[in-house]
Design a protein around this ligand. Structure first.
Ligand code: FAD
Ligand code: NAD
Length: 474
């Protein structure tokens, strides 16, 4: 007889595993199926985020930042260290330990919450059954009243630069180089290209990023993107905009790239090539032909605003559905679906999902951009404040960037906040809280912010909306 659950999650990334924990907390008999195997071949729960995404990339970003500070920034503080070296096996090994700690942590949480894990590939069958194919080929079928598809995403592959796992790699490969590539090519100046390009640049690679679009970081506010672009250039990241890759050939002496830009056809030889041109929803082998679950033109599972697929008892969340491909967005959908299934009122506010890019300087934003407000005909006022006038930032020798706040011209409600500078990954949280509570710039302006802290940049930007910033001309 097959095992029967209240809810089965297919996929144990931040969408599926968080949703499963919430479902179990609500008293639902819960199972979670995941196919991801770690370096030891054993099940590694946590999906892209914990295994080859957010956590390992931040581990390498932090180590490389420490090394870069030592070699490039500490002299300004009067600190010198001769012959600084980095040991790559230790650098990558530290990251692997962190990954193991966190994937193991999810297994422990599953045990504590009495969630049944299954190791294998889940396929949704008609009638809320799921067939699980183990990595050894064995098959079993389980069923549930509700099934949540949380199969995540995978890197997009370019037909003329196929991943070989050695010279041409995706994010997973670029987290596991065994030595610092002398010349690193990156296709795509998006989030992964900038974060992982920064990691290897800080350790000494010559990094060239080839970006098809003519504008840098089009997803961010242009004022913020401009500062970031200037800083990345200073750091030596060679970002070629409006450049289209035509060919990538692996030869003995490296990967030979042919790309075209406004000046015509160009050649570049690199030792490693990271292709980071976006990710696509992953649904291979997930759905039997007759389930009734639909995919959109981009291969994403079609859902309504409640993450429901339209098929009785079948839901979908995370990177596999519409919306930004962010871990916290998937997790919140997982929680909301568990609550809807349990008859409670789940909730995800898509208008206040924060974005963070963990480069140096960091980039963060939430809410609308000026362009979105202009296009929608919404009247707004802008306030901004530079970190150059923030005592704490200057004391840290990291006084680069600014906070920019957009508030409704009549109601003063905060509509968007955009930042580039030190610690903005943390500063954005205050603005998200304010926006979630439908706060105004005056609300933030009237709140006492500790001195000297980086958060004073948020306070001053809020004051500046009303042209009354204290430490700059208005
Ligand atoms: P995933 O994390 O992709 O998990 C899906 C899981 O389902 C996988 O384990 C997969 O093996 C499994 N699976 C798929 N199909 C099946 C099946 N049929 N049966 C069984 N199992 C299956 N986001 C952030 O918010 N912050 C960051 O800093 C950040 N950094 C990133 C850095 C990198 C290098 C990358 C690649 C991504 C990063 N992301 C970041 C994005 C983040 O990783 C994703 O948005 C997030 O992991 C999506 O969660 P998910 O649960 O929807 O899918
Ligand atoms: P991305 O969408 O951020 O960037 C891809 C870039 O590649 C774009 O600028 C695009 O114009 C460019 N591009 C596309 N095709 C190209 C081509 N043929 N030649 C040259 N350039 C090309 O995608 P990504 O960097 O692969 O990351 C995928 C997703 O993962 C992100 O969008 C984000 O949702 C998530 N992620 C988030 C974080 C974070 O939150 N800090 C970090 C990493 C990844």
């Amino acid at each position: 007889m097959s095992d029967k659950f209240d809810v089965i999650f297919i996929g144990a990334g931040p969408a599926g595993y968080v949703g499963a924990i919430r479902a179990a907390q609500l008293g639902l008999k819960t199972a979670c199926i995941d196919a991801f195997a770690g370096k030891d071949g054993k099940q590694a729960l946590g999906g892209t985020c914990l295994n080859v995404g957010c956590i390992p990339s931040k581990a390498l970003l932090d180590s490389s930042r420490q090394f870069h500070n030592l070699t490039s920034h500490f002299d300004a503080h009067g600190i010198s260290a001769d012959n600084a070296r980095i040991d790559i096996p230790t650098f990558v090994g530290r990251k692997d330990k962190i990954v193991k700690q966190f994937t193991g942590g999810v297994a422990t949480l599953f045990k504590a919450n009495k969630i049944t894990p299954y190791f294998g590939t889940g396929k949704l069958l008609k009638g809320n059954q799921v067939e699980i194919t183990g990595n050894d080929g064995s098959k079993q079928t389980i069923s549930a009243t509700n099934i949540v598809l949380a199969s995540g995403s995978v890197p997009i592959e370019l037909p003329f630069a196929r991943f070989d796992g050695k010279a041409i790699v995706d994010n997973a490969g670029a987290l596991d180089f065994t030595e610092v590539p002398k010349r690193l090519g990156v296709i795509g100046a998006g989030v992964i290209g900038l974060e992982l390009g920064s990691v290897w640049k800080r350790l000494g690679s010559d990094v060239t990023i080839i970006e098809a679009l003519p504008d840098f970081l089009g997803v961010a506010d242009p004022d913020i993107a401009k500062v970031a672009q200037r800083e990345f250039k200073k750091q030596g990241l060679d970002i070629k905009l409006g450049a289209k890759l035509g060919k990538a050939e692996v030869k003995k002496d490296g990967v030979h790239l042919t790309y075209s830009d406004k000046d015509g056809e160009q050649q570049l030889v690199v030792d490693k090539l990271l292709v980071a041109v976006g990710r696509r929803a992953y649904t291979t082998g997930l759905l039997a032909d007759d389930t009734g679950v639909k995919l959109d033109e981009r291969g994403r599972i079609v859902v309504d605003e409640h993450c429901h697929t339209g098929v009785d008892g079948v839901w979908a969340i995370g990177d596999a559905v519409r919306g930004p491909m962010l871990a916290h967005k998937g997790s919140e959908e997982g929680v909301a679906v568990a609550e809807w299934i349990a008859g409670k009122s789940g909730h995800v506010n898509f208008d206040t999902i924060p974005w963070v890019i963990y480069t140096e300087p960091e980039i963060a934003w939430a809410g609308k951009t000026e362009k979105e407000l202009k296009d929608a005909g919404i009247p707004y006022r802008v306030g901004s404040f530079p970190f150059a006038a923030i005592g704490r930032a200057v004391a840290m020798n990291e006084a680069v960037g600014q906070v920019k706040m957009l508030a409704h011209a009549e109601t003063d409600r905060i509509l968007g906040v955009h930042m580039v500078g030190p610690g903005v990954s943390e500063l954005i949280a205050e603005c998200v809280v304010a926006m979630e509570f439908k706060g105004s710039s005056e609300d933030l302006a009237r709140i006492v912010h500790a001195h000297p802290t980086l958060s004073e940049a948020v306070h001053e930007a809020a004051l500046s909306v009303d042209k009354r910033a204290i430490h700059k001309g208005n």
